[in-house]
Design a protein. Structure first.
Lengths: 139, 139
DNA sequence: TCGCAGATTAAATTCATTCTAATCTATTGA
DNA sequence: TCAATAGATTAGAATGAATTTAATCTGCGA
């Protein structure tokens, strides 16, 4: 009996996205969306949920992450082979990625601009431009 | 008795990289480096080698791709979760990526510029900036 | 309250990639 | 030239992320 009182905006966001607010989805949405900008893997979120006393299967974690992504509540960041990150910041932005630590850090799109991009191949349109600045411990 | 006559520049490139020019490495280097700019997965290269009558184990394909990458003969492009592409174009450039077809296409870095990039987090340095323009079939 | 479409689940499965331990081979120095 | 050996290749097993399956559960509208 706890955490259930505030019929939070999270519930509204789920409904707005056409997602049934089940126990699991609500709990995951709270973890993801009520803690500022985050970058998580499925595994991390699963551990976090367990630690918080929420029993959710890995399959549901994956389902939920993908549904949230389709619904625009999350964005996927492909940065490393063999591991997917999900980003709670859905605003237009880019990333620093440290290959040593696996850490992702947002770069707001403000002030950042790319010029000289050629036209996309004919018959295609641009869906998104991802900029990944790969960094490493250094000077 | 075939394909062995021209003591090709490929052999020199392997030696220069400190890689012993074994039968397998030479064959793969020829497939990769004597056919213009290419983007291949391990699986694709393995099929191609088989088709060319060269028996190379998948383990060797992976070893070779990584060694070539370390040696600067290839570059890895991380674009899709769960699949690594290796790029024979080692010049400074970026990519169009079509999520429908899995097709990669080079964007030369000429004329392309990014402005307004913030400093990397302190204690780190930039290793590389990757720009992936995600496209889809469209208007 | 009931019924069911949609959601969750454990378990099995897939797929890319890496590891292991045994076998082979390019190179070097006698 | 040849034998020794460090490094390379290999089949097959193992790993790990992600997906599928088929059964069970649960929001929610009637």
């Amino acid at each position: 009996m706890n955490e259930t009182i505030p019929s939070s905006p999270v519930l509204k966001r789920l409904r707005a996205a056409g997602l049934r607010p089940t126990r699991q989805r609500l709990a995951l949405a709270r973890l993801l969306l009520e803690n500022g900008d985050r970058h998580v893997t499925a595994e991390q979120l699963h551990n976090e949920a367990s630690a918080a006393g929420i029993a959710v299967s890995l399959a549901t974690i994956y389902n939920t992450l993908h549904q949230f992504t389709e619904a625009g509540l999350l964005r996927e960041a492909v940065v490393e082979p063999g591991r997917s990150y999900f980003d709670t910041n859905t605003a237009d932005h880019h990333h620093f990625f440290c290959e040593d630590t696996g850490e992702l850090q947002d770069i707001p799109a403000h002030h950042l601009s790319v010029t000289g991009l050629p036209m996309p191949p004919s018959g295609t349109e641009i869906r998104r431009v991802d900029i990944i600045v790969r960094i490493r411990p250094g000077p």
